[in-house]
Structures are given as C-alpha cells and as structure tokens.
Design a protein around this ligand. Structure first.
Ligand SMILES: [Zn+2]
Ligand SMILES: [Zn+2]
Length: 678
C-alpha cells in the first residue's frame, strides 16, 4: 500500500436533485476516507459535478437560462445537501472547468498520438425542426422487435431488446414531436478500445483491484473484442470542443472521469501541491474510485485505458456498491418510493441516522441494500442509542453528579483487548465492511454495559465511592473507544463523546483517560420517534409489502438484540448460481376448488412431461390470461404438497408494484421452453 491515497466519489450529474440513493455512495466513501485519515494515512477526497451533455443543455434551455447558470444553481444545491449529511470532500468541483478542458484535450491528444483514435462517418437521426442530431433517448417510436409503441431509440421497455435508433418504426423527435425525421451522416471520433484489451486484462486482474463478483462480469466483457467507443457529439451540445473542430464536442463520458484528475489538479494548485504527487505514474499514492453498479464499464475499461494511454497512474482499486431499494421496492417516482435528500432534511430527520443505517447495512460486496424505516428506527434507537449512547450517557451523568471528575479506571481487561479490536476494525474499514465494524463495536459496548449492570456502581457510590468512580471511569473510557471506532460513521455522535469526556479521541491511543474534569453530559443523538417516520413516509408512499406466491425466499434471522429489525439477506454468487431459473410456456391453467388464491398450471419446461406448478396468483390473473405466455420458473425447488393429490413442482416469478398485485415476468415468445434464465 502506498503512503498516500486519493479517493473519489462518482460525479453526480448536474441535471437534478440528489436522492437518497446517491447518499449510499456518499456515506460509504466518506466513512472510508474518514477512517483512513483517522488511521494516519494522508487521504484526499475529491468530487465534482458532472456538468455536460444533451440533457443539461435541454434542461437549461427549457428553464430559459444558459447552461452555465443552470449547472451553478445545481452545484449550490448539491454542495448544501452533501454538507448536511457530513460528506466532507476536500474539494467538490465541476467538470466545466479550465483544468478539465485542458486535461481532457491532453488525454485526447495522447490517445491520438497512440493511434487509438479513428474518425469515421456515422448514420444518425436528424431533426430538421430542432436542427440537431438526436441522441437515442430523444427519439421515440415503435419497437422493431415486439411492436410496442412509444419506446426509446436504444431499447424497448416491453421486450428488453436493444437496437439502433435507425431501426425504430415511425420514429419521432422527443423534443418537438416532429415525425418526418431525416437520416444524415456525420463524421465521429472513435477510440479503438480493443487496442488496450490485453493491457486491460492484466490491469483488471491486479490484486485488490476489483471485487470478485465485479471482476467476473468485467471478464465477460473482456472475453469478446471490445467495441470502438464514440467519443464525439455534434452541436448543439454543452461541453468542450474537440481540438481542430468548430461544431463537434467531446461526449460527456470522455470528460466526466477526467474530472477526477482535473479536480485533484485544482485542489493541488489551491494547496501548494502538485498533481503528480497523486496521479504521476510513479506517485506514492493509491487512487481509489467508489462507484455504483451502473457505471462499471466506464470505470473499469474506458477510464483506465485513457489513463494508461496518457501515462497517468491507473486506479489501484475500483469499489462498487449496491443500489438502494426503499421498503423492498426499487426507488421509483411513479411508485412513490422515491425520496430526495431534501425531503429527508425538510422532514426534520437527523442525517446521522441515515449514516448509521447505511453503514450498518453496507458490506464489502456490491449487494443492494434496502431502506426500511422500521429498521432505521430499530437500529438507531436499539443500537446506537440504547447500547453505545447509553453506556456513555449513563457513566458520564453519574460522574457529573458525583464530582464531575474522572478518577483512576478500574481494571476490566477492556483496554487490553482494545488494541486487537482496533486492528480488526481498521482492516474492516479498509475492506469497506462497515456492517462488521458496527457489529464489533456493539459487541464491545454490550460487554461494558453488562459489566456496569453487574457492578452497579450507582449503588456503591455512598459506601465505596472510590471503587464506584473507578468503575464509572472505566465505562467512560470504553465508551470513548467505541465512539472513536464509530467516528467515521457518526462523526457528530463521536464529537459529543469527545467533548463531554473532556479529551480528544485518538486512534492508536490505549491509555485510559484518568483524573480529568468532564463537561456536562447531554444527549448524543436524538431518538427516532414514530412521528419522524410518519413525517418522512408521508413524503413517499411505498407499495404494500408483497404478499407473494406460496413459496417464500427465507430471510435471515433478525439482527442481534433488536426486536423487529430485519437484515437484508445477502446471497453469495455460489448460492445464486444454485438457483435454476428456466423459461416455461403455460400450456393450461385452472382454478383450484375451494382455494380462491391458487391456480394450477401445466407448464412446458422442455422436459418429456409438462410440470404441474401451483401458484398463489388467482386474484391477479384469470386462468386463461396466463395460457400461452412464456414465463420465468424456479425449477429446482422441492415439491410442495397442497393436499388432495395436488403437488407443485416449482415456482413462478412475479413482480409486485404493478397494476395487478402480481405481474408475471414474461419472456418473449421466441424463447424456447426450458431455456436457462440467468
Ligand atoms: Zn419491444
Ligand atoms: Zn425535433
């Protein structure tokens, strides 16, 4: 490991507000940076708004302002939201900066000097009314595969096919509605990514570079020749002109990641440092990118290739986190499960609650995490408050009422163990396994609470004051250890313990704090009330929890000592691979007498005999509605007996949240029964 670290957070797009999903990454990255700094590493935290591209150009035009003005307003909002959540960037800059233009051009020139850039004609759709080429998302028309109307120019929401916009039937301009669109050619610049394919294979295989499950799908991309990457867009566009061109711009994805480098450069200029200290080929620095699952291709293929071609240092590590679901459902405006950061703040909820909640759910893998408001309440109240907070508050309050000074600490063995615990916690932070960090701290704090409960110093204050105060001093010191280990996650909570106990919390310090005055204790964090949850949930309406067809996926047991809390179960890749999902064609369907929820289906799975599968969806589908559909079946479940000779040999997958309670996951009719779904 290098002695210095540069950590980046994915650049938020300057086209709208931050939502709670953004905060998963913000919290994870901020916690990592704070932990690294606490452990004495120099760790710089860089981010910027991603400000270019057609959507921003169009939003600004619709708002009647210049794009520069638009992105400035968004930048102010983003900066405020991050600040409110304690996201402590060293610099939150912008990609619309002179530094970024200079670095983007240099990288482009380096790619060109490396003979990796090619210019060739591209056939595109052009709107004569708007006088512009239309990006895929700005063309709508009929899907060339299944015929569904009003689909985007790149993919069909109904059948999932992807295609070229020129394949759409009856295309129209999504900006002005013009239906007589033209096809025109325009020369574009392409990066021949395959030129770096061998190098990328070696780079992605580097130790600690990618999480194993991410490496798996990057390997799949690398198994095929990489496609050339179109890095240019025609005017009108908001971005940087390509050198030597007057109406061609860099595609936003060319200059966005360059924002990491150029924002570091800006920070260095402001602090009398040099960008080479962080990004120089031989710099004693590890560059670590935190990103979401949706932008892996850009960060593991395009971006390292760009850095490699232009002789910068490539990232040491790309860490991918999962997505956020809300109350078990995808965040969606139409389903009312969408929540902006502003909503959370305006409802008067404490950002440290969400920091604690996300950190206690996030592990080292890219598994999705679910925001359940009941779990948020249980975890904050039952763990942070009732365990660590209670230890600190109870001990400090008793000391305050009995002289207000720590004395010598009773020997409890806690400090002897602390060194080893801190080493483990440091490793867990480095792996982004904050879920385990929280568990370790809670265990350590629980032991001290139990000891306090057994020793009962409050009963002994009269008769054996010295021993009682020594016991309380010991408890304050354990609370100080716990607060310092949690400080990257809940910095305000930790600062409260630090302030009230009267001395700084320092990692690597294993001497108990003794014989010093303390300050008056006050609550370290507010309790989550039902009213808080109600105020927040009134800002979104989640669909009812899915009742679900008969067979349920087992959930893991509730978290330790927190009644009602549910831990989102995490599946290993191996466990997932054990699930046999198949395409099945429904041959017949009938109701089950006296069971008004059940349908008995006969399904062709490409086996010699059709299977009987019983499914609890009779209230969502009339039997005849399912016949003829090709659907998704879990084929390797044990048989389930419904009595009276009715046995089910599998389960059908349904989605909740649609117009029906259960919506069958339908596959296109040309998928052969028995085909694997994976
Ligand atoms: Zn389609
Ligand atoms: Zn148009």
């Amino acid at each position: 490991m290098a002695s210095r670290m540069l950590v980046t957070h994915a650049l938020p797009y300057a086209n709208g507000s931050l939502h709670l999903g953004h905060m998963v990454e913000s919290v994870q990255t901020d916690v990592f940076v704070r932990a690294m700094n606490a452990m004495g590493k120099e760790c710089i935290f860089i981010c910027a708004d991603d400000t270019h591209g057609t959507p921003i150009e169009i939003s600004a035009r619709n708002a009647g302002v210049a794009p520069e003005e638009w992105i400035e307003k968004v930048h102010r909002d983003h900066a405020e939201d991050y600040k409110a959540f304690g996201i402590d960037f060293d610099l939150f800059y912008t990609t619309h900066s002179p530094e970024n233009e200079m670095h983007a051009r240099r990288i482009f020139e380096a790619l060109r000097a490396d003979a990796a850039v090619e210019k060739r004609d591209v056939l595109q759709i052009y709107c004569g009314v708007d006088k512009r080429f239309l990006p895929d998302r700005y063309i709508r028309g009929q899907c060339p595969v299944c015929g569904t109307k009003d689909q985007y120019g790149d993919s069909c929401e109904n059948c999932g096919s992807t295609y070229e916009p020129t394949d759409l039937k009856d295309p129209r301009c999504a900006i002005c509605g013009n239906t007589s669109l033209e096809r025109r050619t325009s020369p574009h610049y392409f990066v021949k990514l395959s030129k770096y394919q061998e190098w990328l294979r070696r780079w992605t295989a580097g130790e600690g570079r990618l999480q194993p499950e991410i490496r798996n799908f990057v390997d799949k991309w690398l198994a095929e020749p990489l496609r050339d990457w179109d890095i240019s867009r025609d005017a009108p566009y908001f971005g940087f002109l390509i050198p030597g061109e007057t109406a061609k711009y860099f595609y936003v994805w060319l200059d966005a990641p360059v924002g990491y480098l150029s924002s570091t450069d800006k920070w260095c200029q402001d602090h009398g440092r040099h960008v080479e200290e962080f990004w120089g080929k031989d710099a004693d620095c590890d560059v670590v990118h935190f990103i979401g699952k949706d932008i892996v291709y850009f960060h593991t293929l395009f971006w390292p290739a760009m850095l490699h071609a232009s002789r910068w240092k490539e990232p040491a590590r790309v860490h991918v986190h999962g997505m956020l679901t809300v109350e078990g459902a995808k965040m969606s405006k139409s389903r009312g499960t969408f929540l902006n950061v502003r909503d959370y703040l305006e409802a008067g909820l404490d950002p440290e609650w969400i920091r604690y909640f996300f950190a206690s759910n996030l592990g080292p893998t890219a598994s999705d995490i679910d925001l359940s408001l009941v779990e948020l309440k249980n975890r904050v109240n039952g763990e942070l408050l009732a365990n660590v907070g209670n230890l600190a508050n109870r001990a400090l309050s008793l000391v305050w009422k009995n002289g207000g000074r720590l004395t010598r600490a009773a020997a409890s063995g806690a400090f002897e163990q602390a060194r080893a615990v801190e080493r483990e916690i440091a490793e867990l932070y480095a792996r982004c396994d904050t879920r385990s960090v929280v568990q370790k701290v809670l265990d350590f704090s629980s032991a001290a609470n139990q000891r306090l409960q057994a020793q009962k110093p409050w009963e002994r204050l009269k008769d054996d004051r010295d021993a009682a105060l020594a016991e309380l001093t010991q408890a304050v010191n354990v609370a100080r250890l716990c607060a310092r280990w949690l400080s990257p996650i809940v910095p305000r909570f930790a600062a409260g313990v630090e302030e009230q106990s009267g001395a700084e919390l320092r990692w690597g310090d294993f001497k108990p704090l003794e014989n010093v005055p303390i300050r008056e204790p006050r609550p370290l964090v507010r309790k989550v009330e039902d009213a808080d949850i109600q105020r927040l949930s009134s800002r979104f309406v989640a669909p009812p929890a899915p009742g679900g067809p008969p067979a349920e996926v087992p959930r893991s047991p509730p978290a330790k000592a927190v009644p009602g809390a549910v831990v989102t179960p995490e599946l290993s890749v191996e466990q997932f691979a054990q699930m046999d999902l198949r395409a099945g064609k429904v041959l017949s369907a009938e109701r089950v007498p006296k069971k008004d929820k059940l349908l008995k289906l006969s399904i062709d799975l490409g086996e010699p005999q059709p299977r009987t599968i019983v499914s609890g969806v009779a209230q969502s589908y009339a039997p005849e509605e399912l016949v003829g559909k090709t659907i998704c079946v879990v084929a390797n479940l044990p048989a389930k007996n419904f009595g009276k000779g009715l046995v089910s040999h599998g389960m059908i997958l349904f989605a909740s949240g649609g117009a029906r309670e259960h919506t069958a996951i339908e596959l296109p009719g040309d998928v052969t029964p028995g085909s694997q779904v994976k």
